[in-house]
Structure formats: C-alpha cells, structure tokens
Design a protein around this ligand. Sequence first.
Ligand code: ATP
Ligand code: MG
Length: 264
Amino acid sequence: MGERLIELKEVKKSYGSVFAVGGVNMHVDRGEVVGLIGDNGAGKSTLIKILSGVVRPTTGEILVRGAVAQGWSAGKSRAAGIETVFQDRALAVQQTIVRNIFMGREITTVFGMLDVEKQRSEAERLMREIGFTSKVFSPDSIVGQLSGGERQGVAIARAIYNKADLIILDEPTTALSLTETEKVFRFVRNVRESGRSILFIGHNIHHVFDIAERFIVLDRGRVALEITKDAVKSADRLIAFMEHVAHPNGPNPLADVLAQNGAA
Ligand SMILES: Nc1ncnc2c1ncn2[C@@H]1O[C@H](COP(=O)(O)OP(=O)(O)OP(=O)(O)O)[C@@H](O)[C@H]1O
Ligand SMILES: [Mg+2]
C-alpha cells in the first residue's frame, strides 16, 4: 500500500457532555478508496469535519504523512492536500463549470487578467481526466443544468485542480439514481487510478461496498469495525455486522473474520 496520507490517533470531539467522536484511530493511505459508514449520529460528519480542519478535536493527534500536525485548521488541511466535497454546499449552481472549478483560485495571465482560454482548456482536461463523457456539456455549461452525478464530478474536478491527494465525499450518491451513481463511481475510479485517495461516506452499504476497498464502521463515535473488502467478502455480511452492532443479539456475524485478524 502507498504512503500513509493521514492518520488519527485517539481523536475525540465532545459537544458539552456528548461525545460525537469518542476516541477514533483511523488512517487513509495513498491510492485507496475507504468507505466510512455508520448509522445516523454515528459521528461520520464530525469525523470528516475534523479531517478537513473545520472542527478541532477536543483531544487526540492528527498525523499528516507521518508527522504530527500542529494547530490543525481548514487551511492546513487544504495545504496538506485534503479536499472535502460537502453535501449540498458543494457548488454554485447558477455558475458555469469553469467558474465552479476555479472559484477563488482563478488562472491569470502575466498581466493579472483572468486567463479565460487557459481555464477553459484546463477545465476540459480535468473533466476528461475524471471521466466526463457527456458531449452535450462544455466547460461553459451552467452547473444547474447538469445531472446530480455530473455535479459531483465538477466538485471532484475542482478538488483535483486544488491538488488534492485525498478527496472526501460526504454521501455523494445518496440522492442519485442508479445511472447517476454509476457516473460518480466512474469518477471515483479514475481519481484512484491517478494515485489519489478517496474517503467515501455513505448510508447505502451496497453503494459503499461497490466502490471502496476498505471499510470503517462507526458506531456512536467509535470505530466498531475496520476491515478490507477481501475479508468481509459481501455487502450482506457488512450489513449483518451493522445490524448486530445496533442490536447485539446472537453471535457476531463476522466472528470468523475477526478471529483470523485478531481484531475486534
Ligand atoms: N455542533 C454540534 N453540537 C452538538 N452536538 C453535535 C454537533 N454536531 C454533531 N453533534 C452530535 O454528535 C453526534 C454525531 O453527529 P454526526 O453529525 O457526526 O453524525 P453522522 O454520522 O454524520 O450522522 P448522519 O448520518 O445523520 O449524518 C450526534 O449525536 C450529533 O447530534
Ligand atoms: Mg452526517
């Protein structure tokens, strides 16, 4: 596996007496797609806000490429190559694809003017790179006219332009049809092919199972399971495990795997 991009050690976040995240150890390596799953309120959003520097952990360490990060912030997270596509707030839908990709980081000429042509060709290159195949749309298309999956693609293209090594996608397929979900999966696979990493948050275990190679299951702020796709073998087994965590009655459906791995 590739370089350890980011690692959390015993990270906790409390709001008053409530622990949204209660002592999490996790990591993402270069070039892997990790699925982050868990029921409502499990702490998924809080965890990605910590990774993206929007929320400061109450205690715990954040390591970036093996080194402990000091004064972790949104700026430091971006500088470290972490880009988060937050649900809903991702794009300016009245604007063009180009405007959305370069917003706040426009390409300018040596005279400080907006380099419209350069931005357009760069947008085209990025869209091709992530796997945009629609011939109907150009970089000048209005984002509001794109389908849901394609909008995720624009947000991903922007993250790549911002030199992301890790792209965090918060529920990117939740509101999407099967066809649109497939588009997002194609973008994710292309991003992975280019050596970048993806942290994919989702409710639909079948979706997450399809796209990720490793899974982290959160339960009430803690990591209930960390397992590879090879080990868990099927989405149904992962779902059975999650049911077991929520309503622990009877044997753990993954007891065989966990015994082999010596982990809980
Ligand atoms: N700003 C906050 N103030 C107080 N409590 C919070 C805050 N943010 C999150 N929490 C609490 O922390 C817990 C974890 O919330 P979080 O949003 O991280 O869960 P989630 O896994 O993203 O859930 P969902 O699937 O519903 O999006 C919840 O009990 C939530 O109410
Ligand atoms: Mg959430």
